[in-house]
Design a protein around this ligand. Structure first.
Ligand code: FUC
Length: 820
């Protein structure tokens, strides 16, 4: 062991590095490199086999193929339809008292009918995210390869490719979407006798026109309706001969060919300007010119460097990887029970790849329910930003997996909902209602109205929950100037709830009308409804918002009177209750056992366990036990995102084996494309998560779940100077299936970066770097010495707690005490 002792004013620092840690890290890096590839033995036939590339906003699904190939294109701003500012029901608020009275009188059927009639939107919801179009390549070579074929996605470098031999010629093709240069590049090489002979088509089935522009260009223009225009430009640079006409061009006699594609739309992320900006022609042409000038090699090098800046921050090794199998074989074997912990690590890093590829700072829109990848004109659920789980789940991994900047498009979109959301608040809760709110969804056009129907359309929690993400960006990043900027948004969301919550019969604050996303209840006298007052999830979201806001105002030394009001209101929100089966109640009455759908996919009332922090195993053990009971009653099954959420719940309950069981369940192969609302899930051959159909939230939810198994930091404590700190929990839910492993570069709340190594199911060492200089507590399952100080921590219910002083820039290293 290497040791350097330094004596500072108050304590002795000992820097040391354990040899075991070093060896493991070297091995880890090796295993990492090999295990960062999805690969296949044949081209994609279906979209769910194709491989996604993206620069955050512009990307493609790459099919590969010997005789023909397809690149299905997407741009994150390609939305059909238009803004619908008149979708709020103008006089809705006039019926509010009647609805609330019906609920109070327990006339739930009537409350349901009135809510459906008056508290929904007055316009249908029709805008959808859409495909941008396709590039089809048809080769003048036989469609079968004589040499080994391989197709891959290298998530360590964000490159897709394929390679094969035919009659002595070796073909290599590579695709990437560059963020620094806003260009999609498809590069082809042939080494051998036969040259590349290919025709290239650029088209879109709806509202578009493609023309050939001599000598080497295709230009596609079109629109999705009255509001959005788009343009795509494609150019080839080759040593062959180019010819063209109509919507295609041909290349003959080439050894090398690079296809450059740039795209843009008139989308302007500005509600006040109707989301309508300039025609993208100039921008798209400039990007193309620039990319061609730079050339393939430099574009590629800059792309990889830019991508790795994000991706390389976290490394993970969960154990052996069966990477001699192709990814689809591996998925199948995993589903059949093969021990391949490396596959979980690949799925984890793939989720990070997907976030980096679908959400970059400055993006006009955040990652949607398919990231940026979608083929069609009316995509499932419009492929929007459903705010009763899906939108938020996409961003769960952003902060803890060291990708905090990628949160920015979501934060900006939430901020942009304040203006339409304050209009919606007044329409439904009365003129003069302060603040802003929106409910179950939003889309590319700033939609904040409720939905058109129950059970999904009416929900009070969308804005409150979206605000949790604004706060979390501060909780992890500790940027005080950022907190100043977002404080008014949080405050506006809270002002709405403060003004619109009512007092229940017990004198507690509740929302009304209130729903628990997409679920219904049955009362003891057999009334079935979606609408009551004080559904658990809504009050838990508001509790979370008030709690975060109270801390925010204290950190900013501002708004003391308002803080007092928020704290008083938080403490008077109707409390979480434990029902007769020992479960956490979903409704304001103990109706859970009456349910006709006891395994409903939404488990919304566990929000306070995750992603909230109101319920924790150590601080509120009874409520945590009730949450556990709820999960047992609900069962493990569900849709993709539902299974992924349960991974997070079980990790928060510190049951790593159960969380792992769910992850394995999620990693079952499926090709199901039909919409299934219960007992479904699974993973497609390209490792996209299946709701089904494809919904990317499950990919991101799993990344979050795995992180929660290895590191948690949601529990707060009061520090010596009466402020607050976070408990950094090391390996809180390590499953038996991952006995040996390492993770590097995770983030914890309070501004910490954490590396952890473990062996034989036991922590060996960790390091915690403080970026912001805040104190924290560390919790471990076994005693550790920190910076060689072996003072044993406080033992609390089978775990050990260590309090670390605040010191900016300092690294704390912990070593497991031997043989304990
Ligand atoms: C909500 C969920 C569905 C689906 C859809 C996009 O309505 O209840 O399961 O995830 O959003």
């Amino acid at each position: 062991m290497l040791r350097i002792n330094l004596t500072l004013k108050n304590f002795t620092l000992v820097f040391f590095s354990s040899l075991t840690g070093w060896l493991l890290n070297a091995g880890e890096v090796c295993a990492q490199k090999k295990n960062l590839q999805l690969w296949y033995r044949s081209p994609a036939k279906e979209w769910i086999e194709a491989l996604p590339v993206g620069n955050g906003a512009f990307g493609a699904m790459v099919f590969g193929g010997i005789g023909s190939d397809r690149l299905q294109l997407n741009d994150i701003t390609v939305w059909s339809g238009d803004p619908q500012p008149a979708a709020d029901r103008k006089d809705a608020y006039k019926f509010l008292d009647t609805i609330r009275a019906a609920i109070r009188q327990e006339q739930y059927k009537e409350a349901q009918d009135l809510t459906a009639r008056y508290m929904t939107s007055s316009a249908p919801y029709y805008s959808s995210y859409q495909t941008l179009g396709d590039i089809f390549l048809h080769y003048k070579t036989p469609a079968t390869a004589t040499g080994s074929y391989k197709r891959w996605l290298d998530i360590g470098q964000a490159l897709a490719g394929e390679t094969f031999s035919q009659s002595g010629t070796r073909y290599n093709r590579e695709t990437f979407s560059s963020a620094p240069d806003s260009v999609l590049v498809h590069h082809l090489e042939a080494a051998g006798n036969a040259p590349i002979e290919v025709s290239i088509l650029l088209n879109r089935k709806e509202k578009s026109l493609t023309r050939f522009e001599a000598p080497n260009k295709l230009v596609m223009t079109g629109n999705t309706g009255a509001t959005l225009e788009f343009e795509v430009q494609l150019a080839v640079i080759t040593d062959g001969v180019v010819d063209g006409g109509g919507d295609s061009l041909t290349v003959r006699n080439a050894r090398e060919l690079t296809i450059y594609v740039t795209a843009g739309t008139s989308y302007l992320p500005d509600y006040n300007k109707g989301f309508k900006g300039e025609h993208p022609h100039g921008k798209v042409a400039r990007r193309l010119q620039h990319a061609m000038g730079k050339g393939y090699n430099r574009l590629r090098a800059d792309h990889i460097a830019d991508y790795k800046k994000f991706f390389d921050r976290v490394q993970i090794n969960l154990g052996a990887a069966a990477d001699s199998l192709s990814t689809d074989e591996r998925l199948k074997a995993y589903g059949d029970g093969k021990n391949d912990p490396g596959f979980a690590a690949l799925f984890y890093q793939y989720g990070r790849y997907l976030l980096i590829s679908s959400s970059r700072p400055g993006n006009p829109l955040p990652s949607n329910s398919q990231g940026i990848w979608g083929d069609g004109f009316d995509l499932p659920w419009k492929c929007d930003y459903k705010s009763n789980i899906n939108y938020q789940m996409n961003y769960w991994p952003a902060e803890p997996t060291n990708l905090g900047e990628l949160h920015e498009p979501m934060i900006r979109m939430t901020a942009a909902l304040v203006a339409p959301g304050s209009k919606t608040a007044q329409a439904y809760f009365g003129p003069g209602t302060p603040g802003w709110y929106y409910g179950y969804t939003t889309n590319g056009w700033g939609w904040t109205s409720p939905g058109a129907a129950l059970p999904w359309g009416v929900f009070a929690g969308g804005s409150g929950w979206a605000c949790q993400h604004l706060w979390e960006h501060y909780a992890f990043g500790r940027d005080i100037n950022y907190l100043k900027r977002i404080y008014p948004i949080l405050k506006g969301a809270a002002e709405f709830y403060l003004a619109t919550m009512i007092t229940d019969n017990e004198g507690h604050l509740v929302t009304s009308p209130s729903t628990s996303p997409e679920n219904n209840f049955i009362t003891d006298n057999k009334q079935k409804s979606n609408v009551t007052e004080g559904a658990t999830m809504e009050k838990a979201i508001i509790w979370d918002l008030f709690d975060n806001l109270a801390i925010a105002s204290r950190v900013l030394h501002t708004d003391e009177a308002f803080r007092k009001k928020v704290i008083a209101a938080r403490d008077n929100i109707s409390p979480l209750r434990i029902g007769k089966a020992g479960q956490l109640e979903e409704w304001n009455k103990d109706w859970d056992l009456n349910s006709d759908d006891p395994h409903h996919r939404h488990v919304s009332h566990l929000f306070p366990l995750h992603p909230g922090h109101q319920v924790t195993v150590f601080k509120t053990p009874d409520l945590a036990a009730a949450a556990r009971r709820t999960l047992e009653l609900r069962g493990d099954d569900g849709t993709g995102w539902s299974i992924a959420w349960k991974e997070n719940f079980w990790a928060r309950l510190r049951d790593g084996d159960h969380a792992h069981r769910l992850l394995s369940y999620q990693l079952r192969p499926t090709t199901q494309l039909k919409t299934i609302m219960a007992d479904a899930g699974g993973t497609y051959p390209n490792l996209f998560d299946a709701h089904p159909p494809f919904q990317i939230d499950g990919n991101f939810g799993a990344v979050s779940g795995i992180t929660e198994m290895l590191l948690q930091s949601h529990e707060t404590y009061t520090t010596k100077d009466s402020t607050y700190g976070y408990v950094i929990d090391i390996l809180p839910a390590l499953p038996a299936a991952w006995p040996n492993g390492a993770v590097k570069g995770l983030h914890a709340r309070g501004g910490f970066e954490v590396d952890i190594n473990w062996r034989n199911g036991r922590l060996t060492d960790f390091s915690i770097r403080s970026a912001s200089g805040e104190p924290c507590k560390i919790r471990t399952a076994i005693p550790v010495s920190i910076n060689n100080n072996s003072k044993s921590g406080t033992s609390v219910r089978g775990s050990y707690m260590y309090e670390l002083p605040a010191q900016k820039g300092k690294t704390y290293r912990g070593m497991a005490s031997p043989n304990k």
